[in-house]
Design a binder for this molecule. Structure first.
Ligand SMILES: [Zn+2]
Length: 328
């Protein structure tokens, strides 16, 4: 079960494999990318490759060390998450981790900690981890996993080597669902499209809920009448309440405008990401020109990037909706 069995993420994997091959791994990585896209899968693959008894730069998946990482009981590999029933990773958890990292590896080559999701460390916990990163114990590796740098101390970020993970192609996620879950092609494509290139999301129990929320928001955009600025601002304000929801919506919006564009060009729903909304997409295809759809799609992407940088969400979303109305 070597690195080559991991689907997608060629670029971060190449970087990691090079560092591993030259034995020049840093003390800390920050894996950044959308939810459920495979960051933790790669982190655990790296942990296996470091501890594997069979290979120095890859992993076999069968030796005792590889199996222990898979079963989450390797003494030198810790996955730090909020304790059960808690919403945060506490300073005590980080202190315990610090102590563990300072010990010699028990049966592997390094002590490894995967913090997932890193933004759930509260500020005292992040400060404690920062101290560890300022004087990292020998033979230790910390991998922070996060959807964005928001909520993480800049000083903590600056101590880590950043690696970006991007969504997988819809076809790739669909293939994965067919191979791993035995789904029918059609169903797999539908879920893969809605997951926006995230296998974790496509397989999550929450997907059904997300499918419904996506429909509600997309219908809201479509129902905004020309010049109805007050309604546009109200929708923007409502959406701004939660950062994650805002970002998810803007991702959906990009897929939505893409679908309308695809429909306008090929006049059928073969390759659309939202096949359950085909009728609305067909109607919308008559509403916009291709140039406008391209512009709307890039506006959604730009608004998401601004929100990631923690600008005023409400203003950013109100702007986005007003521009949408101007262009319809
Ligand atoms: Zn192995």
């Amino acid at each position: 079960m070597p690195f080559s069995t991991i689907i997608g993420h060629d670029k971060p994997l190449a970087i990691l494999r090079r560092a591993l091959g030259k034995d020049r791994l840093p003390h800390a990585y920050l894996f950044l990318g959308p939810e459920g896209v495979g960051k933790k899968t790669v982190a655990l693959a790296l942990a296996r490759a470091i501890q594997c008894e069979e290979s120095a730069s890859d992993f076999c998946g069968r030796c005792a060390n590889c199996m222990r990482v898979t079963n989450r009981n390797h003494p030198d590999v810790r996955v730090l998450e909020p304790a059960s029933g808690k919403k945060e990773i506490s300073i005590q958890q980080v202190r315990d981790l610090e102590r563990e990292l300072s010990l010699k590896p028990f049966s592997g080559r390094r002590k490894i900690a995967v913090v997932d999701p890193a933004r759930l460390m509260n500020t005292p916990a992040q400060n404690a981890l920062l101290k560890t990163l300022e004087e990292p114990p020998r033979d230790s590796l910390i991998i922070l996993i996060s959807t964005s740098t928001g909520g993480l101390l800049p000083t903590l970020i600056s101590r880590c080597v950043r690696l970006s993970f991007t969504p997988l192609a819809v076809d790739v996620v669909a293939e994965l669902l067919v191979a791993r879950k035995g789904m029918r092609q059609e169903q797999a494509r539908f879920l893969a499209g809605l997951s926006m290139g995230s296998p974790g999301r496509a397989l999550s129990a929450e997907l059904e809920l997300l499918v419904e929320r996506r429909r509600v928001w997309l219908e809201k955009i479509c129902s905004l009448g020309a010049g109805d600025y007050q309604a546009a601002m109200a929708v923007g304000g409502e959406l701004a309440a939660e950062k994650e929801e805002s970002l998810r919506f803007l991702e959906w919006a990009q897929g939505w405008y893409r679908d309308i564009m695809v429909y306008a060009i090929q006049k059928n729903s073969d390759r659309i990401l939202n096949p359950d909304c085909e009728e609305v997409i067909r109607q919308q295809a008559n509403r916009y020109s291709l140039e406008r759809l391209l512009l709307l799609r890039s506006r959604a992407a730009r608004t998401a990037a601004r929100i990631q940088r923690n600008v005023n969400r409400r203003l950013a979303l109100e702007n986005f909706f007003i521009q949408t109305l101007r262009m319809s």
